[in-house]
Design a protein around this ligand. Structure first.
Ligand code: XUL
Length: 537
């Protein structure tokens, strides 16, 4: 049987998808929620409680307990793991796991028992941790500024990325750091557990560490030296994502019936895997994920970097690179406006489609209800700001269009550094249900919008990567079979709106600079403009 397994070790759950190349069907699609199923690990939302809201760590034992549980539940439910021909996986990006020696499966005990004695640090900082501003500044200063960091690693120093987290650990717990022989990402840790040996880090996820040199694919000596002592020895080697890193450990064959010799492909980060699962791993399509945060990601022909340092560059598991840009003001900001207007999502969508026109008659909003990471806006007092037309939320339709238009324009503006104009936007996330919102994104980008029908693009992406590498099936065939778009017509851009949005994007950029204290840390520049904006929120 040609079954391929993709695992997704994410923030709140572990998921598994098995695809069947012969029938073209997904034959297993299941998930374990840590908060529900593994309460003993005290991570109801995927992380340990901490009085300091900047600190977000998880229990790495919970991740392996989830693996045992998921595999056992499926076996007990009748799923035949011996049908799996190859495996790959994904991990939430940036999180780190600290081991006192290189991973080696021991003969006895559950995965929790095997891993417990290997941990040199009992907790793992995850991507939600933002407690490392001091370390980011120290590392940037040591290499001569964020400009070097961006050029070498594809991102400026980012609090949640692994490098500053490793530095913080080395400063706060020098003995435990010295006792650490291996630092894994969640993805390479998962791969290590699967093969029962030390697995490498792939370029996709490795690029989210502020340690990998994008051009060479090797660890960047200058970044390593600035981060923590003796780091090179503690990091696994790096490999292309398509590398087979080993065969499934005997433990999984004995416990769950996997076929001995089943190949395991390098695991990668969730965003790189999602790029594949969304069928967007070749340039031309960009994924727009509209959720709590809005995210834009796309395959890149050339490894460009964002001069403002806000966007990220990761490895594309299908080869080359990908961009990822995250906007913190997403659904919560839209929801805030919809609530102010007293509009349901259907009414919100209808108002945009039927009661307003592209460009909103020149009325512009700046969509920052809370602090923002793209661009970096730190002002906690910051609120939605806009033209007089929005005062008092009287013109409901104009206000509804304004917030969405502003978010789409901001995404266009802040993804311009990629220098690839997408012809198709693949929309996903909760807000992708909103037809009016998608029409605005189509018009602002001058691109067709398709809603993706893929539910778990991350686990699917991992399964597709395993199939591509081990069954030698080409990407287009895999995408057509498994990564379907919703069965509906594409949303076409209105050509008449092109000039309107070219002008509006320029105006937005100017307003942004002249209205806010937009702090761009890159190369020590700090612009500081304040006028007297119309505060709406
Ligand atoms: C990306 C990021 C998140 C995590 C979520 O930079 O921090 O998307 O990967 O799992």
């Amino acid at each position: 049987m040609r079954h391929f397994l993709g695992l997704d070790s994410s923030t709140q759950s572990l998921s598994a998808i098995v695809i069947d190349l012969d029938s073209g069907a997904i034959v297993l699609d299941t998930s374990i929620n840590y908060g529900d199923a593994l309460q003993g690990h005290n991570c109801p939302n995927g992380f340990l409680d901490n009085a300091d809201s900047l600190i977000r760590h998880a229990d790495p034992l919970m991740w392996v307990a989830a693996l045992d549980r998921l595999l056992a539940d499926c076996r007990d439910g009748g799923f035949d793991w011996s049908s799996v021909a190859a495996i790959s996986g994904s991990g939430q990006q940036h999180g780190t796991v600290y081991l006192n020696k290189r991973y080696a499966a021991s003969a006895a005990g559950s995965l929790v028992e095997q891993v417990t004695s290997l941990l040199s640090r009992s907790t793992s900082p995850i991507w939600m941790d933002s407690s490392t501003s001091a370390e980011c500044a120290e590392i940037a200063a040591a290499v001569g500024g964020d400009e070097y960091v961006v050029a070498a690693t594809g991102s400026r120093m980012i609090e949640r990325f692994s490098g500053s987290q490793i530095r913080k650990f080395s400063k706060e717990s020098p003995d435990a750091y010295a006792n650490t022989a291996r630092i894994h990402l969640v993805s390479s840790f998962l791969a290590s557990v699967l093969i029962g040996a030390d697995a490498p880090i792939d370029f996709g996820d490795g690029a989210g560490m502020n340690l990998l040199n994008l051009a060479s694919g090797a660890w960047d000596a200058k970044m390593l030296a600035a981060t923590a002592p003796g780091l090179l020895d503690k990091l696994p080697p790096t490999v292309p994502s398509s590398t087979q890193v080993g065969e499934i450990a005997g433990y999984f064959c004995e416990q769950y019936g996997f076929r001995s010799g089943t190949p395991v492909l390098a695991c990668s980060g969730d965003n790189p895997c999602s790029l594949v699962g969304m069928a967007a791993s070749t340039p031309g399509s960009a994924v727009v994920s509209l959720g709590t945060s809005d995210t834009f990601f796309a395959a890149m022909r050339e490894p460009k970097t964002d001069p403002s340092g806000c966007g990220h560059v990761f490895g594309n598991p299908a080869g080359g690179f990908m961009s990822l840009i995250c906007f913190k003001n997403g659904s919560l900001t839209r929801e805030h406006v919809a609530n102010k207007l007293g509009l349901s999502w259907d009414a919100f969508s209808d108002a945009i489609l039927h009661d307003t026109v592209p460009g909103n008659n020149g009325n512009l909003m700046l969509p920052y209800l809370e602090s923002e990471i793209t661009p970096v806006i730190l002002d906690p007092e910051l609120k939605l700001i806009g033209s007089d037309a929005f005062t008092g939320w009287q013109d409901k339709a104009a206000c509804a269009r304004a917030v969405v238009e502003a978010q789409a324009i901001s995404m266009r503006l802040h993804s311009a550094w990629i220098d690839e104009t997408p012809t198709t936007l693949l929309a996903t996330g909760g807000a992708a249900r909103n037809r009016g919102l998608l029409q605005v994104f189509a018009d602002v980008f001058g691109a067709c919008v398709q809603r993706s029908a893929v539910a778990n693009s991350v686990a699917l992406g991992a399964a597709l990567r395993a199939a591509h590498a081990c069954a030698d099936v080409e990407w287009p065939e895999l995408f057509t079979t498994f990564a379907a778009h919703a069965d509906e017509a594409e949303i076409e851009p209105d050509p008449a709106s092109a000039t309107v949005y070219d002008e509006m994007t320029e105006r937005f950029a100017t307003e942004l600079k002249t209205t806010f204290s937009v702090r761009i840390r890159l190369a020590g520049q700090e612009s500081n403009f304040i006028t007297s904006p119309q505060v709406l929120a």
